[in-house]
Design a protein around this ligand. Structure first.
Ligand code: CP
Ligand code: NVA
Length: 318
């Protein structure tokens, strides 16, 4: 379980000044220490005041949880957030990213970017002189995974050896779960229809990072995927930017709804997770969403604690 505060600070000190563009940007020890710090912040064992630091949010896609949890996390660290929505900055009128990133680095101490292409995020990190955080791209959602595994650890204790079954599209959320789970020693099973698998390169990377014998598998039978798992996770079938594929995907994902029947194949103590926003009666049944197994709203809360830990570590505030 959680390590004492001094050990956590030592484990996280190498993160000072670094970017977090992928779940794989932290080592196994650093990832685990971020969860420890998040737990300490959540329980009130630890308080961190970074002074008046400023986070810039550059969000090209919609967001409720990520946006608000970053804003509140920064406020709790004694800092502030500026919302740099591309629609109201010169970015929207074509000012180059390389100029924007360098200018914003003169005002902000850290940037969180939500966009489509991972390469755009990598470009921000290249030109910025402050840490850049992935607040979701088409490839990954690493901040989400920190909150997800914190929630799983709260429910079931030590993570190594536990199994998380993700049922749905092999998307950004699935990619980060595979990478982060591998680092934390969690077996991650992606249960998806043929043609909706995670990227082979990410699967290979997750397997190469796996610690403590964690197995990272892709399974096309949803019942087989959830069998004996301690957490069943799902996400929308059509992500932001894929709205045109909604009806085609509804056909392809028939049988992949996390409903009461599917949950019967999981461990009796299994929890249910969803990154939200949810489409009830598509990827999750209304009953499962509201069931006692659901930790979905704890998971949403944990975005705040996990990102507070991440911000403090990247800004060297420990
Ligand atoms: N889970 C998540 O990232 O939610 P938002 O899109 O509302 O930020
Ligand atoms: N896969 C979803 C996650 C939303 C938080 C998307 O990218 O839209």
């Amino acid at each position: 379980m959680a390590t004492a505060a001094g050990g956590v600070a030592a484990a996280l000190s190498p993160l000072s000044g670094r970017d977090y563009l992928s779940s794989a940007d932290c080592s196994a020890e650093e990832t685990s220490a971020l969860l420890d710090l998040a737990a300490h912040l959540k329980s009130g064992d630890r308080r961190i005041d970074l002074g008046n630091r400023v986070l810039g949010l550059i969000f090209t896609k919609a967001s409720t949880r990520t946006r608000v949890s970053f804003q509140v996390a920064m406020a709790r660290l004694g800092g502030q957030t500026v919302d740099l929505n591309p629609q109201v900055t010169q970015l929207g009128r074509g000012e180059p990213l390389e100029d924007t990133a360098r200018v914003l680095s003169r005002y902000c101490d850290v940037l969180a970017v939500r966009t489509f292409a991972q390469q755009e995020l990598v470009d921000y990190a290249h030109w910025a002189t402050v840490p850049v955080i992935n607040a979701l791209t088409d490839l990954e959602h690493p901040c989400q995974s920190l909150a997800d595994f914190l929630t799983m650890r709260e429910a079931h204790g030590d993570l190594p050896g536990q199994t998380l079954a993700y049922i749905g599209d092999g998307n950004n959320v699935a990619h980060s779960l595979m990478l982060c789970g591998a680092l934390l020693g969690v077996n991650v099973r992606i249960g998806c229809p043929q043609g909706f698998e995670p990227l082979p390169g990410v699967l290979e990377q997750a397997r190469s990072l796996a610690v403590q014998g964690a197995a990272i598998d892709v399974i096309h039978d949803p019942r087989e995927a959830v069998r004996g798992s301690q957490a069943v996770y799902t996400d929308v079938w059509a992500s932001m930017g894929q709205e045109d594929e909604q009806s085609e995907r509804e056909q392809a994902f028939t049988g992949f709804c996390v409903d009461e029947a599917l949950l019967e194949a999981a461990d009796t103590e299994s929890i249910v997770l969803h990154c939200l926003p949810a489409h009830r009666s598509e990827e999750i049944s209304p009953g499962v969403m509201e069931s006692s197994a659901s930790r979905i709203f704890d998971q949403a809360e944990n975005r705040l604690h996990a990102q507070q830990a991440l911000l403090a570590a990247l800004m060297g505030g420990l």
